[in-house]
Design a protein around this ligand. Sequence first.
Ligand SMILES: Cc1cc2nc3c(=O)[nH]c(=O)nc-3n(C[C@H](O)[C@H](O)[C@H](O)COP(=O)(O)OP(=O)(O)OC[C@H]3O[C@@H](n4cnc5c(N)ncnc54)[C@H](O)[C@@H]3O)c2cc1C
Length: 483
Amino acid sequence: MNQRFDVVVVGAGMAGWTAARRSQELGLSVGIVDKGPAPGACNARVSQGFMNAAYLSMREDPAVLRDYVREITSGAVDEDLLTVWSRTCGRALDWLQAQGVDVGTLPERRDRLYLLPFKISPQGLRDVDPERGPAATIARHERAFTDAGGQFLPESRAVELLTTDAGAVDGIRVRSAGGEREIRADGVVLADGGFAGNPEMLRRYVGPAADRMLLRSLATQTGDGIAMAVELGAATVNMQYFYGHMLSLDALTNDELWPYPLMDGAICDGILVRRDGRRFVDEQIAGSGGSRRAMSGIGVTNAVGQGDDPRDAIAILDASGWALKGWDEERGEFQGTYPANPTIADRGGRVHESDTLNGLAVEAGIAPDALEATVAEYNAAVRAAASKTLPVPRGGNPRLVEEAPFVAVPCTAAITYTLGGLHVTAAGRVRATGGGVVPGLYAAGGTAGGLAGGTKGGYTGGLGEALVFGLLAAEDIAASHCA
Ligand SMILES: Cc1cc2nc3c(=O)[nH]c(=O)nc-3n(C[C@H](O)[C@H](O)[C@H](O)COP(=O)(O)OP(=O)(O)OC[C@H]3O[C@@H](n4cnc5c(N)ncnc54)[C@H](O)[C@@H]3O)c2cc1C
């Protein structure tokens, strides 16, 4: 690989390849490194490929996107980022399609765009089918990039940011089997996916036991970019928030139970308690309507994952609630995944069942008297349409837990990727703690933060956000280069 480029990109995932390809289009010389083997170890490849903007269409009216994201992030969003993201989503999707990437709807889900062909992410994220849409997208980027003369260096980990005497970032130090080397560039884009795979950073930023969550992704996102940038005085934002879901506790030892099925929907159809028998979180924290129920799952997962024990959460449902299978009935049955009921039991996960709450509690290891009291208090509040006045308020459209047999599903919080990260400007430049920016440094995708987070599970769409900010970073570098 050359020792000098206009741009060098760290991480060959959705954000990294977008920044690299767009930089090439704009006439820049580009190098890209990834610590994993070709075609990369990125999570984009194993994702479902659902291209969305906060679960809405990326072609939605920007004003609608802005209002909705303001609501679901409950104030955690940076307004500059929100404005530029909402205005760029549609153009970014056009750009992706112009690259020859197949983006379209499914016969059973005409309102959603996927990277095609659609195939559910493989269980345990093993044996990735290279034909599935997300994997084909990454492979297409790599081919186009090298065909256009770009240099891709797999199995090469960025370990340090290099700076000029004036403090501008002007390259990276890379470690590979052959030793270390320096690669210089006018602009460095950090696109290494965030820190979900770094236990120490999870404990420091997310919660005291956050490393006990199930990692619902490849462990390649080790926070290197954030750590290197913070050493140079970069600012971070929303570091406690992450994208993830509630899964069967048995997914910790059984690959057939992750990344799907999710327990998020089922939790909305019942209540969530700890082993002490008490509720501790609003199971439908983002409310109902649109994608709020889905956001609630992310919000609940954050509350559990940020707490003292991310593995102490048991979903309690009655017969009619469990019969709904955990599907999101507000948006129709198809979720591109598997229903919690009967998939969890069919694949060997624990689903306790009893005709009485007392019997259920004994079987599931929950304090029996407390569980009975919790359900009685909850049912009384639901009957009185007063669930929001419970000691732990309950929003959305709560269902009674009254019809035997009752069901208990032990759950764990599972993290897919971190929503917080380096605080970037609308151009993707990394902000400095003392104000201004770290010159020459950009971040995109899971490494960047400021658009998503908040207690209601404010998620803006990982692939879409990576696409938008990969594009914007490249365009800003090109503009600075020409200036
Ligand atoms: C099972 C699953 C399903 C998902 N489904 C969806 C979905 O349907 N829709 C959606 O929008 N999002 C989805 N996501 C999330 C989505 O995959 C991520 O938001 C997206 O991949 C982020 O892109 P990225 O480029 O930031 O990171 P990644 O795609 O993870 O790429 C980061 C790359 O950086 C490399 N790297 C890390 N450290 C270094 C270093 N020091 N030096 C060099 N390289 C490094 C890694 O090896 C990796 O290849 C899903 C994720 C998973 C796991």
